[in-house]
Design a protein around this ligand. Structure first.
Ligand SMILES: Nc1ncnc2c1ncn2[C@@H]1O[C@H](COP(=O)(O)OP(=O)(O)OP(=O)(O)O)[C@@H](O)[C@H]1O
Ligand SMILES: [Mg+2]
Length: 258
């Protein structure tokens, strides 16, 4: 059973199972995320972490079980519907429009995700709404430290800025719960430090975060509590210190982690 640590739940995953044909990618997984935390969701390759995110964000429907966001069931709803409620994920794979500039990536990316009215506002004749939409994009670019790169093509950005842009796109959808899938992958030490600071800023702005990540320095440094999956099942939960010393987690994952 998921441990109740006394806070207000922003997300409750209850007995979620996801099958693909004969393969059970998620097997009766239960955990809850508190309002205002950065939760780590870790485990070996193929453990079901990205599949969990896709179920939460509405890209997949659970085979069974329920997912509640602020007390309301969201399992099986459409992704744009869930994004509008405030649950947005960043993608493990890069999904930037390489030939668009940074500013337009936020504008278009957010529209595609949340079907927000940003593009409609830009194309429309209402100058007040055009201004508001552009201001929103400027605000998230500044928040992520990308304001000086607003006219650069996404293809010209270094890795750290591409990842920051992916988060800016998600932030333009005004999430309350941000699901980040491996934002640190492939980063050098300095990029990692910078992304850790950005992630803390996101949380400080009032957004709860679930972080899927193999970089244990980032996970242990950012997260107050960790949920560990293994072969689609909940293996363990605890503080970074508890998880670091958990023999089951060491055996299944941390013993061989890069
Ligand atoms: N659409 C799908 N169809 C069939 N099998 C799938 C599908 N998506 C995921 N799987 C399988 O589900 C399991 C969990 O995959 P998932 O991508 O969630 O793992 P992960 O924990 O994110 O791994 P990684 O750390 O490598 O990103 C794997 O065995 C994978 O092959
Ligand atoms: Mg994954």
């Amino acid at each position: 059973m998921a441990e109740d640590r006394g806070g207000t739940a922003i997300l409750e995953v209850s007995h979620v199972t996801k099958r693909f044909g004969g393969l059970t990618a998620l097997d009766d997984v239960t955990f809850r995320v508190e309002e205002g935390e950065i939760r780590g969701l870790i485990g070996p390759n193929g453990a079901g972490k990205s599949t969990m995110f896709k179920n939460i964000a509405g890209f997949y429907t659970p085979s069974s079980g329920d997912i509640r966001y602020r007390g309301q069931s969201i399992a099986g709803r459409k992704p744009h519907n869930i994004a509008e409620l405030g649950v947005v994920r960043t993608f493990q794979e890069t999904t930037l429009f390489q030939e668009l500039c940074v500013f337009d990536n936020v504008l278009v990316g957010c529209h595609i995700r949340a079907r927000s009215n940003l593009v409609a506002a830009i194309l429309g004749l209402d100058r007040g709404r055009q201004r508001a939409a552009r201001d929103k994009v400027d605000e998230v670019l500044e928040f992520m430290g990308l304001e000086d790169r607003r006219h650069q093509l996404a293809s010209e950005l270094p890795l750290g800025s591409q990842r920051a842009l992916a988060i800016a796109i998600a932030l333009a959808c005004e999430p309350k719960l941000l699901l980040m899938d491996e934002p640190f992958a492939g980063m050098n030490a300095e990029e990692t430090r910078h992304m850790m600071n950005l992630t803390r800023r996101v949380r400080e702005s009032g957004i709860s975060v679930v972080l899927v990540e193999h970089d244990m320095k980032a996970v242990m440094g950012l997260c107050g509590y960790l949920t560990v999956l293994n072969f689609g099942q909940l293996l363990a939960e605890g503080t970074p210190e508890e998880i670091r010393h958990d023999d089951r987690v060491i055996g299944a994952y941390l013993g061989g982690v890069r």
